[in-house]
Design a protein around this ligand. Structure first.
Ligand SMILES: C[C@@H](O)[C@H](N)C(=O)O
Ligand SMILES: C[C@@H](O)[C@H](N)C(=O)O
Lengths: 163, 163
């Protein structure tokens, strides 16, 4: 069995926002999240990954993050206003999401825990959209309609209780 | 002050690997991390973000993750062998990184904690490469040579002890 894994949680109260092609220079992330903090918007997952290039040779990155559904519209508005100053390409809002998380301890040192979670989802043809990990939580964003099924099959796959 | 924030940690023993343009269909993530687990490779951060499109209309995503430096070469080899089966574009290895993390509790519900960390780095012209967050940890990947300075300025910015 998997001693480090203790439970699985489903959160269907989040919306995902991405600011695409943020010029990859110091200060942009600070400006974006500083503005959101000013408006008292709590951010859950922040995901910034690989660099990509714009047509005019400016290195850039996409910054994606989640907020509660109630804050989605305001967040999108704030980011739209910030777009010219940041120099990013556009804002994408996706409310059709659910976040399913494996909860435990010391999961990082355990090869195979993440793979097992991803396999359980794959076997049900559930596409994994976003992934973040920490020692205590592995979170996958899936389509909202697949949230409940994702919860159930991870539950079964790891023989777990709910969180 | 910031009661949810307790310390800052620097990890200079990681390397970053990305598999770019992984076709965005169920089972790819499971295959990649299943293979790494089989080889007993421990993965720390896994970051999968926004969808992008290939020239031939196949939706894809970049999957980036970190492993210990000792595992970097083997990981790259494994992924290179997996490339045709996955159908991804290429593998990028970046060993010139340091991971600096703000450690605390309940940080998610605290707008401004992440923004403050990003600002501290921005003020020193330290570019933030990758970002992941959880309730207990906000991690930024920066260039390896900037790791120590990043640790120090976050330390000062939050008036903290080390982890
Ligand atoms: C893209 C954005 O994160 C930028 N690298 C910054 O440091 O603010
Ligand atoms: C890209 C990859 O994560 C894919 N979406 C999967 O579910 O495996």
């Amino acid at each position: 069995n998997h001693p480090p894994v203790r439970g699985v949680a489903l959160d269907t109260n989040q919306a995902q926002i991405a600011m695409r092609h943020v010029p990859d220079y110091p200060g942009r992330a600070a400006k974006i999240f500083g503005k959101l903090a000013q408006e008292n918007i709590s951010v859950d997952m922040i995901i910034q990954s690989q660099r990509s290039r714009l047509m005019d040779q400016i290195p850039s990155r996409d910054i994606a993050f989640t907020v509660s559904r109630n804050d989605a519209e305001l967040t999108e508005k704030i980011l739209q206003n910030l777009l010219p100053e940041i120099g990013a390409q556009d804002i994408l809002l996706d409310e059709d999401i659910a976040k399913v998380s494996l909860v435990g301890a010391g999961m990082v040192g355990n090869p195979g825990v993440a793979a097992k979670m991803f396999s359980a989802l794959a076997q049900q043809q559930i596409n994994i959209q976003m992934i973040t990990t920490s020692e205590i939580k592995i979170s996958c964003v899936v389509a909202k309609s697949q949230g409940e099924r994702a919860l159930q099959i991870i539950h079964e796959g790891f023989d777990l209780g709910n969180y």
